[in-house]
Unconditional design. Structure first.
Length: 681
């Protein structure tokens, strides 16, 4: 069962009548969301004689009881009374003591709590009425109560919130409008693995239609907030907030892991007044020698001492400067105009000069990663419903950008060949995070109107990871003038031409190593709209010294034993995400005029017209640095597996197929295992 973010597996409900009781049992194997995992949950009990017996079990993966809450509901006249079973209470594997006479009663006569005291060691949580009269004031008391006692019910690595609570909450006037006063202290307040400090909280609603708040956090972070929250005539705020110190070194968990290696502090003072739906916020947030790593792009930025100002017009940036680890700057100037934080207009200018925006690896994001330097001039206008963004961006020298193509056929093992290429030292790659073909054709941001002119420096390097399994990779440098747009519907378009000046195609023949094909100058990648529908026209060349004796099939031809420079051409055409791969073999032009050279080239002209024979000889040159004579492998001619029968996105898969065919023809009836398979990287 899937409901929103929750996945529920194996729900079983059993109800039966036995021994003059109605017995029930509800079990759930798992309840799982992004923040909660519950295993082997059970709610069971029985009903008879105006009593309901209740048992709740939360268990761990090994079906060991982690939380057990058992109790009894009774109907007493027109009231209901609930009491905990003093022999069964278990919280976070720990047995807790419960007063035998405990109960909480509620109903027509009012609310009454009696000796509802839970204790374990020095910990205490109690809920009690101050007298035996219903609706008399209630007191909730905490002594050394560990928050994790309750928050660890979810099977996660670390409780989301931790700390030790001391204090009390008094509630009175239960018949009319309840009034309460809370005086709580939480020592060593923690969010996941980051300690926040010691929190003190004073809250009361003694003033009509208002909650008075006084909050202080001291220690790792230090801040104060005091004032009122009004509930009538409309919801409104009147708060003074002082940020004395937020230590950026201790906010990784609070930032959900997106901010790492922080340094410096944030300070500031704010007043928040007016209606809750449209507050007036005045003040400034100051960065004091701040620095941090943004996890998604793995770039470290520093912010010198400067402020972001909140005034009557909105949020003001006055040449707000972000500095990368090489000292290059990104400068933000202008305003985010708003008076209510709902209606927002933009008036921002952003400039960068050879700024390192990305410095990530495949471990950070295996779809797009690398080092990217940008010089840009960006203007952000419009409003929140339709931001207008105009960008002029140059991808600068020093850029080394990687783009991983999707994996459609993650394994050649399904071919059941004899020989399989594998790099056993490489970590597994399951392709789950590879870029889906439609993931960049639609922007997640709706309503934006973006126009970008993109220029690419000839020394900026683009790497297309054609096959992460085998390590096949296209590396190119070139010139480009591209135009990118995102319209208000979210449609992304990219047009322009990338012309290759230099580059290579690194073909992996595991475990024999890599074979670098040099990209021929003038190869192109052209976009005409859809970003993932680029048309590629690349020619790559690999030179190998080989003797033509097996090519000519003349074992007695002594001159044919002399090695000559042969050229293996790799052609990559059609769609970039699913290119068509083909080959051609030629003898170097300067060597064609000799007798042996002319015979070899003539033979190659015939081979280039026979796809199966061509694939076999390409494999032989790349893997063995030699040609293979015809006779021992005649059966390969009908072996299939040509380029046209398989839309190959990886040349290494073609070679694997050829080696399987060769080995099976060499030794009939014998199963060979060379200890190699399609390597995963």
């Amino acid at each position: 069962i899937v409901y929103g973010d929750y996945n529920v597996d194996s729900v079983n409900l059993a109800v039966n009548n036995a021994n003059q009781k109605l017995n029930y049992g509800l079990t759930v194997r798992t309840i799982q969301s992004s923040s909660i995992v519950l295993f082997n949950t059970e709610v069971s009990g029985s009903a008879a004689n105006n009593q309901l017996d209740l048992n709740i079990f939360l268990r761990d993966r090994q079906r060991k009881d982690k939380y057990v809450i058992a109790g009894l509901f009774k109907s007493i006249n027109k009231d209901f009374r609930f009491s905990l079973d003093p022999n069964k209470l278990l919280l976070d594997y720990q047995k807790w003591s419960v007063a035998p006479e405990n109960y909480i009663q509620f109903g027509q006569s009012g609310i009454l709590a009696n000796q509802f005291n839970l204790s374990q060691g020095s910990q205490l949580l109690s809920i009690n009425s101050t007298s035996n009269t219903p609706n008399s004031p209630l007191r909730v008391e905490f002594k050394n109560f560990e928050i994790e006692t309750l928050t660890k019910f979810a099977e996660t690595d670390t409780a989301m919130v931790g700390g030790v609570i001391n204090g009390m909450v008094d509630v009175k006037d239960l018949v009319s409008t309840p009034k309460f006063e809370a005086n709580l202290n939480i020592s060593k307040l923690r969010y996941q693995k980051d300690e926040l400090g010691d929190l003190s909280l004073l809250v009361n609603n003694n003033t009509n239609n208002a909650f008075e708040v006084d909050v202080k956090l001291k220690g790792v972070h230090e801040l104060r907030a005091s004032g009122y929250y009004y509930t009538a005539p409309q919801s409104a705020l009147d708060l003074a907030i002082n940020i004395d110190k937020i230590d950026l070194k201790e906010i990784e968990s609070v930032s959900m892991g997106q901010i790492r290696e922080g340094k410096g502090t944030l300070t500031g003072q704010f007043s928040v007044k007016g209606e809750l739906t449209a507050p007036k916020v005045l003040g400034a947030l100051k960065f004091n020698d701040a620095g941090f790593n943004v996890a998604y792009v793995n770039s470290y930025f520093t912010i010198p001492t400067q402020e972001i100002v909140l005034n009557n017009q909105g949020v003001q940036f006055n040449d707000f400067t972000l500095i990368d680890s090489l000292g290059k700057k990104a400068i933000i100037d202008g305003n985010i105009f708003t008076t209510d934080f709902k209606n927002i207009r933009f008036g921002l200018d952003i400039k960068t000069n050879n700024f390192r925006a990305i410095n990530s690896t495949a471990a950070d994001n295996d779809m797009i990663y690398g080092t990217v330097y940008l010089t840009s001039n960006i203007k952000v206008r419009g409003d929140l419903n339709q931001p207008d963004v105009n960008m002029n961006v140059k991808v600068d020298k020093g850029t080394k950008f990687f783009y991983a193509l999707p994996i459609n056929d993650p394994s050649v093992i399904e071919q059941e060949g004899i020989v399989e290429f594998i790099d056993k030292d490489a970590p597994p790659f399951n392709g789950q995070k590879s870029l889906k073909t439609d993931s960049v054709s639609k922007s997640p941001i709706k309503g934006i109107n973006l126009v970008a002119a993109i220029t690419i420096d000839p020394d900026a390097e683009l790497n297309v990871v054609v096959d992460p399994q085998n390590g096949d990779q296209l590396n190119i440098k070139g010139e480009a003038n591209l135009n990118a747009t995102i319209d208000p519907s979210g449609k992304v378009s990219l047009t322009g031409r990338y012309e290759v000046i230099d580059g290579s195609y690194s073909l992996t023949v595991a475990p024999l190593g890599k074979r670098p094909f040099k990209i021929v100058k003038g190869s192109t990648i052209i976009w005409t709209g859809e970003p993932t529908a680029a048309t590629v026209n690349l020619t790559a060349l690999y030179e190998v010294m080989a003797a033509p004796i097996d090519l000519l099939n003349e074992p007695d031809n002594i001159p044919a034993k002399t090695k000559m420079p042969f050229q293996v051409y790799l052609y990559m055409k059609d769609e970039l995400l699913k290119p068509t791969i083909s080959f051609k073999i030629d003898l170097a032009e300067n060597d064609r005029n000799t007798a042996i050279g002319s015979l070899a080239q003539a033979r190659l002209n015939n081979i280039n017209r026979d796809e199966n024979e061509l694939n076999k000889q390409v494999f032989a040159l790349l893997a063995l640095n030699r040609f293979i004579a015809n006779n021992p492998f005649q059966s390969l001619a009908g072996g299939g597996g040509g380029v046209s029968t398989w839309a190959r996105s990886s040349v290494s898969k073609l070679l694997t197929e050829q080696l399987n065919n060769l080995a099976s023809d060499l030794i009939q009836g014998v199963e060979l295992n060379f200890g190699v398979n399609s390597s995963e990287d």
